[in-house]
Ligand binder design. Structure first.
Ligand SMILES: *Cc1c(COP(=O)(O)O)cnc(C)c1O
Ligand SMILES: [Zn+2]
Length: 420
C-alpha cells in the first residue's frame, strides 16, 4: 500500500472552531471554517479538505443514516430529511453472471430525493445556515439541483440552480421545480454552468453547493463508512473493491478521505481499504484518460455526450483529490459505451433494483473489468448505484420493452398472451 494511505489524515489545527478547519490540499494552508465564506485556497486556489482534531473510530458511531457518523462530521446534526442508511442489495444472478466471489449493490437511489447528493446537502446546507448566507446555488446535471431544492426548502432558504438546457432528465427538473428552486437553463454544458456559478460565488452573490464545496464531501464519505460497517457485519471482512460512477469525482474523493480517516484512527488497516474503481461513460471520460496515461491532472473535454446524463462532465473538479485515491488504494478507472450502460440498467432491473443510467455504469464497468481480467474472480465487490430509476423515466422506457396494445375483452387478452 502506498504512502498516501499511511500518511496521517490529520495535522496540527490552527485556532479552529471546535477542532474543525479547512486545509488546502495543494499548499497545506489552513483556514478557520465558519468565519468567512471560501471555497478554494486564498493563497494558491487549491481545493480544500475539512480537517478535524478528533480521530473517531467505530465505537463513536451511533444511530442511523448520515448523522450516525456525526463524530466524523463538523456538526452533531444537520438539515435532515433524513438521508443515508441505504440498502446493500444482494444480486445473486448478476453475481453469478459476472463471476465474482461476492457482489453487493449499494443503492444510493433510495435516499429521500433519489440520489446520494442528499448526503452532501444535509451537511452543506447546515454549514450554509452556520455561515448565515442568503442564497444557495449549484450547477447541476440534475440530481444536485433536486437535492439542493429539497434541502433548501427544508431549511427555508432561497435556491438557484443552473442546468444545461435540454440535457437534464425529466424527474430531476420536476423535483427542483416543485421544491421551488429558481431554475435557469443555460445554453451550454454542465461545465459551463459550473464556471458561471463559481463566478457568482466568488462575487458573493450565492453560496455554492457543488462538490467543490468540501462540506458536501464530508456527508458523502458516509457512503464508505456504511459500506464497510454493513459488509463487515454480513461477511466478517471489508470488500476488496468498490466500483462507482464518476462525474465530478466527488464520491471518489469523499470515499478516499473517509477511508484515510479510518486508517489514521486505527479503525481500518491500510491493506483493508477497498480498491476505488471509477467508471465513466466513453463519451465523457477525462478521468479514465488521466489514469490510463498516468497524468497528475485531467485534460478538460470540451465536448461530452452520453445517455448517462448525470455523469456527462468533461472537467471533473475533484480530480486532484480523486486521482490519488484511485492510485493509493490500488484501484483503476474504466470507460463504458452507452449500450453497455443500458444493458447493465436492465441487468439490475431484472434483480428488482431500479437505477438511472449513470448508476448502471458501475455494473457495466465491473463487467468490462472482469472480461479484461483486471478484476479477479475471487474478489468481494460492492457496486455503487447513485440514482433512482424514476429520475430518468425516458431512459427507463427506452431500455425496457414496449407496452402491447390489446382489445378491451378477456378473450382478447387471453388470446394475446397465448393462453388459448
Ligand atoms: C452526481 C452523480 C454522479 C457523479 O458523482 P461524482 O461524485 O460527481 O463523481 C453519478 N451518478 C449520479 C446519479 C449522480 O447524480
Ligand atoms: Zn493553497
Amino acid at each position: 500500500m502506498s504512502l498516501a494511505l499511511d500518511a496521517p489524515a490529520q495535522s496540527a489545527p490552527p485556532e479552529a472552531d471546535d477542532g474543525v478547519w479547512l486545509e488546502c490540499i495543494a499548499c497545506g494552508g489552513q483556514f478557520a471554517p465558519f468565519d468567512d465564506v471560501r471555497f478554494t485556497c486564498d493563497d494558491c486556489g487549491g481545493l480544500f479538505e475539512v480537517r478535524y482534531a478528533a480521530e473517531p473510530t467505530w465505537d463513536d458511531f451511533e444511530g442511523e443514516g448520515v448523522w450516525r457518523y456525526a463524530a466524523a462530521l463538523p456538526f452533531d446534526e444537520g438539515v435532515s430529511l433524513p438521508e443515508g442508511h441505504t440498502p446493500l442489495h444482494e444480486v445473486p444472478r448478476l453475481r453469478e453472471d459476472l463471476g465474482v466471489n461476492r457482489l453487493r449493490i449499494k443503492h444510493e437511489g433510495m435516499n429521500p430525493t433519489g440520489s446520494f447528493k442528499d448526503r452532501g446537502m444535509t451537511v452543506g446546507v447546515r454549514v450554509a445556515r452556520e455561515l448565515g448566507v442568503g442564497r444557495l446555488a449549484c450547477a447541476s446535471t440534475g440530481n444536485t439541483s433536486a437535492a439542493l431544492a429539497a434541502y433548501g426548502a427544508r431549511a427555508g432558504m432561497e435556491t438557484l440552480v443552473l442546468l444545461p438546457a435540454g440535457k437534464v432528465a425529466a424527474g430531476k427538473v420536476a423535483q427542483a421545480s416543485l421544491h421551488d428552486a429558481r431554475i435557469l437553463e443555460v445554453d451550454g454544458n454542465f461545465d459551463a454552468c459550473l464556471d458561471i456559478v463559481q463566478e457568482l460565488a466568488t462575487r458573493g452573490e450565492v453560496y455554492l453547493l457543488n462538490s467543490l464545496n468540501p462540506f458536501r464531501l464530508e456527508g458523502q464519505k458516509t457512503i464508505g463508512f456504511e459500506i464497510l460497517e454493513e459488509f463487515r457485519d454480513d461477511h466478517g471482512r471489508f470488500p476488496d473493491r468498490i466500483v462507482l460512477p464518476v462525474g465530478n469525482a466527488g464520491n471518489t474523493a469523499a470515499l478516499y478521505k473517509g477511508f484515510r480517516e479510518l486508517v489514521t484512527a486505527g479503525a481500518v488497516e491500510p491493506e483493508e481499504v477497498p480498491a476505488l474503481t471509477g467508471v465513466q461513460a466513453a463519451g465523457a471520460a477525462p478521468m479514465v484518460e488521466a489514469v490510463e496515461e498516468g497524468n497528475d491532472g485531467i485534460r478538460r473535454w470540451d465536448s461530452v455526450e452520453t445517455v448517462a446524463t448525470a455523469i456527462r462532465i468533461g472537467n471533473p473538479v475533484n480530480a486532484p483529490k480523486a486521482l490519488p485515491g484511485i492510485r493509493a488504494t490500488g484501484g483503476t478507472a474504466v470507460a463504458v459505451e452507452d449500450e453497455a450502460i443500458t444493458e447493465a440498467q436492465r441487468d439490475l432491473a431484472r434483480e428488482g433494483v431500479g437505477v438511472e443510467p449513470a448508476s448502471a455504469a458501475s455494473v457495466a464497468g465491473l463487467r468490462k473489468l472482469r472480461e479484461q481480467g483486471r478484476v479477479d474472480a475471487d474478489e468481494d465487490v460492492v457496486c455503487l448505484t447513485t440514482g433512482h430509476l424514476l429520475k430518468d423515466p425516458e431512459a427507463a422506457y427506452e431500455a425496457g420493452d414496449d407496452p402491447e396494445p390489446v382489445a378491451n375483452s378477456t378473450e382478447a387478452v387471453l388470446e394475446h398472451i397465448g393462453a388459448r
